[in-house]
Design a protein around this ligand. Sequence first.
Ligand code: IPE
Ligand code: IPE
Ligand code: MG
Length: 245
Amino acid sequence: MSLFKKKNYAADRPVPTHIAIVMDGNGRWAKKRGLPRTAGHKVGAEAFRTIANYAKSIGLKYLSVYTFSTENWKRSEEEVNAIMELLERYLRELIRDMDKNRVRFCFFGDLSRLSPQLQEEARIAAEESKKYAGVQVNFCLNYGGRAEIVRAAKQFARDCADGKCSPDDLTEERFSDFMYSAGVPDPELVIRPGGELRTSNFLLWQSAYAEYYFTDVLWPDFGPKELEKAIAAYNGRNRRFGGVK
Ligand code: IPE
Ligand code: IPE
Ligand code: MG
């Protein structure tokens, strides 16, 4: 954890190194206004833009966002297509504005099921933003925590079969290197707006000791003030990691 004193940050509060967010509640936000669910996703994308900029301004190093889960394919074709189109547009803009925003982008998840265009945009965004050192945004896209663990197990098993390592070599640290998040410190804080009290398969391995913050605020309404509240709550927690303090 590092201390940051930024003009636009309310207090000299420590900011976690890595915050992960389940961006939930877009559909309900739209329904409340008599709008189609897609309208909620659009406003949700803007909420992300604002939070990403704010996160950068307070010195956060890693921001992981649950963008589309392995389970979200169960939704109507219409909704899935609308989300994918929105993502394509979003990534196009993100690539266009990259030099201005200077954010490093990573993608966690099985991108092979996405459209060739989306895959190409994700590749370009990740490749061309490698040079930026400030904040790293991890888009969890067609991501599932269990799928990620199974994928890691398969890769390790394959390396063993190839004679590169033996099952006895496996440690928690080494297994972490097989995750999409290899090299990224675990999130200290996982935020879930939208009122649901569950992980929905998000960063299961990485969140073993994360602090969770739940709020009824719907994602499209989640702004910098809400993020500050979550960080303040986090700072009030007593993190013992199984020990005694
Ligand atoms: C989260 O909002 C966005 C995605 C899962 C893509 P939802 O679409 O789940 O919104 P609610 O939970 O139905 O309100
Ligand atoms: C989790 O939200 C996935 C994303 C925010 C991308 P869901 O809306 O899919 O989760 P459930 O259905 O409430 O578990
Ligand atoms: Mg939801």
